[in-house]
Design a protein around this ligand. Structure first.
Ligand SMILES: [Zn+2]
Length: 400
C-alpha cells in the first residue's frame, strides 16, 4: 500500500490530468495536483486503464526460458494430458520457477489479477500446488493470484483425485476446478456431485473446463446450471472455454446464454483458434460476466501464446471478428474491469476510492490501445510501481 502521484496521464483516454494515490487507493483525479513529499511518476500523456485481468491460465505448465521442447503430440485430449503428466519430472518443469517466470511477464505487461489453474493428480498429488503457492507468496503485493485446484487427469476416472482436491482446498487453493464431466470423466452426474460437494464444503467458487462441443457440451452445461440453481450457488460458478456456445444452432445457444445470465454464471474464453468459441458480444449483451485468458503458453500442449493479456485480447478480438471501435472498447473492458468482475473483483475501475491497480498503455484511444504492441510504460499495483517501460521492478524479487 503506497502513496504515489502520477502526473500527466489520461484515465480511460480522457483528458490529461494527475492521479493521486493514497494508501494504495485512488484518492484524487484532477489537473495540477500538489502533494508535497509524495513520490512522483510522469505518465507522459499515456492512457491509463485498470490493470489487465488474466482470468484463465496455467502457471504450472509453461516451459518459458527452458530448452525448446520438440516432443509435442497431436491427437486427443487424453493424449495431451497423459503426455504432460508423464513429462513433467523428466523435463524438469519446476513449478515455482516456471510460475514466477510466467507471472512476472504478465505483471510487466500490465496484469494485476491472475486466476491460474494448477494440476492436482494422483502422480503429482499437491506438489504442483505447493510450487504455485510459493510463487503466489513471493509475488504478494505485486499481483493478486487466485489458484484453481484442477483435476487435469480426470476426477471420476482417476480414483483418489477427489480426496486430493479436498486437501488442496484446505491447503490454500481458492477455487474448485473440473474437466469435461461427460466426455473426459465419463460420468457427469458423479463428477458434478463431487465438484459441487467440494465447493459447498469449502465455501469456494467453481470453475469447470468445458471443451465438450455442440449438443454434448450443451447437455453438460445444463447439468451444471441445474446444480448451480439447486445448490443456490448463483454468482459462484464459472465455465471455461464453453466451446458448445459456438455451435451453429443460434436458438439453442440463446437459451443457454439467457439461463447463464439468470444464474449469474461466468464464462472464461481464450479465443482458441482451433475450436468454436462463445460470442463475446452476445454474452455481454445478455449480462453474462466474461473474462479472457491466455490459457497455457509454450507448454507441452502447444508452442503458441505470449504472457501478455493485450496479445490475448487481440486473439479473442480476431476470433470474434471485432472491427468497430466500440467493439474493441468492449474487448478492453473484458480484459480489465469486466474480467475482474467475472473472478469476483468488484471494484476494478479507475474511480476515486478504487484500489490503485492500473497500467499505462500506448495509443491515442482505447480502441487503438487494444491493437498496439508497445511495452506498457508503467504498471501500478496498490499504488506501488511494479513495472516500468516493460521491466519488472519489485525490490527483492527477481526473475528466476
Ligand atoms: Zn485451461
Amino acid at each position: 500500500m503506497s502513496d504515489l502521484l502520477i502526473r500527466n496521464l489520461r484515465p480511460m483516454a480522457n483528458d490529461a490530468c494527475d492521479m493521486l494515490i493514497e494508501n494504495g487507493r485512488i484518492a484524487r483525479i484532477a489537473p495540477g495536483i500538489d502533494a508535497p513529499g509524495v513520490a512522483i511518476e510522469d505518465g507522459a500523456g499515456a492512457i491509463a486503464i485498470p490493470g489487465l485481468a488474466e482470468t484463465h491460465t496455467h502457471l504450472d505448465k509453461t516451459m518459458w526460458d527452458m530448452p525448446w521442447y520438440d516432443g509435442r503430440k497431436g491427437g486427443t485430449l487424453q493424449d495431451l494430458v497423459d503426455n504432460e503428466r508423464h513429462s513433467r519430472i523428466p523435463l524438469g518443469i519446476d513449478v515455482h520457477r516456471q510460475a514466477m517466470r510466467h507471472a512476472i511477464r504478465l505483471i510487466r505487461t500490465g496484469t494485476t489479477h491472475i486466476r491460474s489453474h494448477v494440476d492436482v493428480d494422483t502422480d503429482h498429488r499437491l506438489s504442483l500446488l505447493e510450487g504455485k503457492m510459493r510463487a503466489r507468496d513471493a509475488l504478494a503485493g505485486a499481483v493478486d493470484m487466485q489458484i484453481v485446484a484442477f483435476p487435469q487427469s480426470g476426477l471420476m476416472v482417476r480414483p483418489g483425485t477427489a480426496e486430493l482436491l479436498d486437501e488442496a482446498l484446505s491447503a490454500g487453493a481458492d477455487v474448485v476446478g473440473g474437466l469435461d464431466p461427460s466426455s473426459f470423466d465419463r460420468d457427469p452426474k458423479a463428477s458434478l456431485d463431487t465438484t459441487f460437494a467440494l465447493a459447498v464444503k469449502h465455501g469456494k467458487p467453481i470453475d469447470i473446463h468445458l471443451h465438450e462441443p455442440g449438443e454434448l457440451g450443451a447437455f453438460t452445461m445444463e447439468m451444471i446450471m441445474d446444480r448451480t440453481e439447486t445448490e443456490g450457488l448463483q454468482g459462484r460458478v464459472g465455465i471455461s472455454h464453453a466451446f458448445c456456445l459456438g455451435m451453429p444452432d443460434q436458438a439453442r445457444v440463446a437459451g443457454l446464454i439467457d439461463r447463464l445470465a439468470r444464474l449469474d454464471m461466468r464464462i472464461f474464453t481464450t479465443g482458441a483458434p482451433s475450436a468454436t468459441c462463445p460470442s463475446l458480444l452476445a454474452l455481454r449483451a445478455a449480462g453474462v460476466k466474461v473474462g479472457i485468458g491466455c490459457d497455457g503458453i509454450r507448454d507441452t500442449w502447444g508452442p503458441w501464446g505470449q504472457p501478455d493479456m493485450l496479445d490475448r485480447a487481440r486473439i479473442v478480438g480476431m476470433k470474434n471478428k471485432l472491427r468497430r471501435d466500440e467493439e474493441l472498447v468492449a474487448l478492453l473492458d473484458t480484459a480489465t474491469t469486466g474480467g475482474a468482475a467475472a473472478i469476483g473483483i468488484a471494484d476494478h475501475t479507475l474511480e476515486v476510492g478504487a484500489p490503485a491497480d492500473l497500467t499505462l498503455v500506448a495509443g491515442e484511444t482505447l480502441a487503438h490501445a487494444v491493437v498496439e504492441t508497445a511495452p506498457r510504460p508503467l504498471v501500478v499495483k496498490a499504488g506501488r510501481v511494479v513495472a516500468r517501460s516493460g521491466e519488472f521492478c519489485v525490490e527483492g524479487v527477481s526473475m528466476p
